[in-house]
Write a protein that binds this ligand. Structure first.
Ligand SMILES: Nc1ncnc2c1ncn2[C@@H]1O[C@H](COP(=O)(O)OP(=O)(O)OP(=O)(O)O)[C@@H](O)[C@H]1O
Ligand SMILES: [Mg+2]
Length: 379
């Protein structure tokens, strides 16, 4: 069945032109000449996509967009704003009102056609994924850089991979140390996916970028090439990748790196649980407190956050865990002991500590945490 597109424009010539162009591409076209008509048609005709003019006499496109987004029956319809306005502020207003894409007039027919195709493909892919059974996604976030977040993610992942399908995704573009620590430093799967248009990020494309470590852990890796840092990552694309990973595997782990960014803030709101890695010193704990507060504001329940205290250095000058708990107002789920030699040797060997020395104290600590994580999951 042809996909239906609702075109909204008070300028009849412009309306006819776009309608004709898209009709030729095989779409089923519905039109509206005012904001109110647009709302009526959106309800009556249930279109797959709406192309919306901004400047209209009765109700402008931003308002139409906001109303469509508020209404559960029209909320999920993709919207492309189509307007003569070219100021950046107008684009921002469009996105804030809930538009998915923006086109300025006059637009080349080929550009219009390709945007329409891309948006329709993306929303079809999203429908497909939401219908699939959902695996759990667990994020690993450092309160500060260098506290041992990636080591934690890799070891928990490798411990879990003994019994089930696990994928570990590294969102640290350009700083992807996970690949290096596992002797797979050349893989650039995450960047390969994120540099594509969202419509090309299909479950199969994601699967093709996975590599498997000798421990059985599947990986979607970032590399340490500085170029990757320059990639302008669309949070939508990252979120789409995670949804595809969910459909491929039982359990998905994500290395989110340190601190909150625009990207990680978005991802945190979509995943099930997060492990926050902290070090027992005042600076890191203060940063952790700020992050916990911010996560509270994002309505992430405290019950979904596990605090992991990592002691990388053997020192009597560290803050005791009870004091850290008090300072953070949050229970500590696991404590990892210092193991500098072991951490070094494991990284040199290209194996996680849990595989390199499975009977060591830290390996047991990682494995116990992994078990707790596996148990907490609803089956
Ligand atoms: N329990 C531990 N004891 C001693 N050293 C450790 C321990 N855990 C990790 N390390 C070491 O600490 C260093 C930093 O670890 P890692 O790369 O996991 O941190 P990170 O928080 O992910 O850093 P980044 O912010 O760069 O991503 C590494 O050299 C690692 O081998
Ligand atoms: Mg790291």
């Amino acid at each position: 069945m042809a996909e239906r597109i609702l075109i909204v424009d008070d300028d009849v010539d412009s309306l006819k032109l776009i309608a004709l162009m898209l009709q030729r591409q095989g779409y089923d076209i519905v039109v509206a000449k005012s904001g109110q008509q647009a709302l009526d048609r959106a309800h009556a005709d249930n279109p797959n996509l709406i192309i919306l003019d901004v400047m209209m006499p009765d109700m402008d496109g931003y308002e139409v967009c906001r109303r469509l987004r508020r209404d559960p029956s029209t909320q999920a319809i993709p919207i492309i704003m189509f307007t003569a306005k070219t100021m950046v502020d107008d684009k921002v207003a469009g996105f804030e009102a809930g538009a998915d894409d923006y086109l300025t007039k006059p637009t080349h027919p080929a550009e219009l056609a390709s945007r329409v195709k891309a948006i329709l493909a993306r929303s079809a892919a999203q429908r497909q994924v939401t219908a699939a059974p959902q695996a759990k996604v667990l994020g690993f976030l450092g309160a500060k850089g260098g506290v041992g977040t990636s080591t934690l993610a890799v070891n928990v992942g490798a411990a879990l991979a003994k019994n089930e399908q696990v994928v570990l995704a590294d969102l640290r573009l350009g700083q992807g140390t996970i690949g290096l620590s596992l002797g797979m430093g050349r893989a650039t799967g995450m960047a390969n996916l994120l540099s594509r248009p969202a419509s090309d990020i299909t479950p199969r494309a994601v699967e093709n970028e996975l590599v498997t470590h000798k421990t059985g852990l599947h990986l979607l890796l970032s590399s340490v090439r500085p170029k990757e840092t320059l990639l302008n990552v669309a949070p939508d694309s990252a979120s789409l990748i995670l949804r595809h990973l969910r459909s491929i595997s039982n359990l998905v782990l994500v290395d989110l790196g340190a601190g909150l960014t625009r990207l990680t803030t978005r991802i945190l709101q979509e995943i099930d649980d997060v492990a926050l890695a902290v070090e027992p010193n005042r600076i890191t704990l203060t940063m952790a407190r700020e992050i916990l507060q911010e996560m509270g504001q994002l309505s992430i329940p405290a019950s979904r956050i596990s605090l992991v205290l990592i002691n990388r250095a053997q020192s009597s000058l560290q803050i005791p865990w009870q004091e850290a708990e008090q300072m953070l107002g949050h229970e500590i789920t696991a404590i990892i002991s210092p193991a500098p030699e072991l951490a070094f040797q494991a990284a040199e060997s290209g194996f996680p500590i849990v595989a390199f020395q499975p009977n060591s104290i830290v390996a047991n600590q990682f494995s116990k945490l992994a078990e707790e994580i596996a148990e907490r999951r609803p089956v």
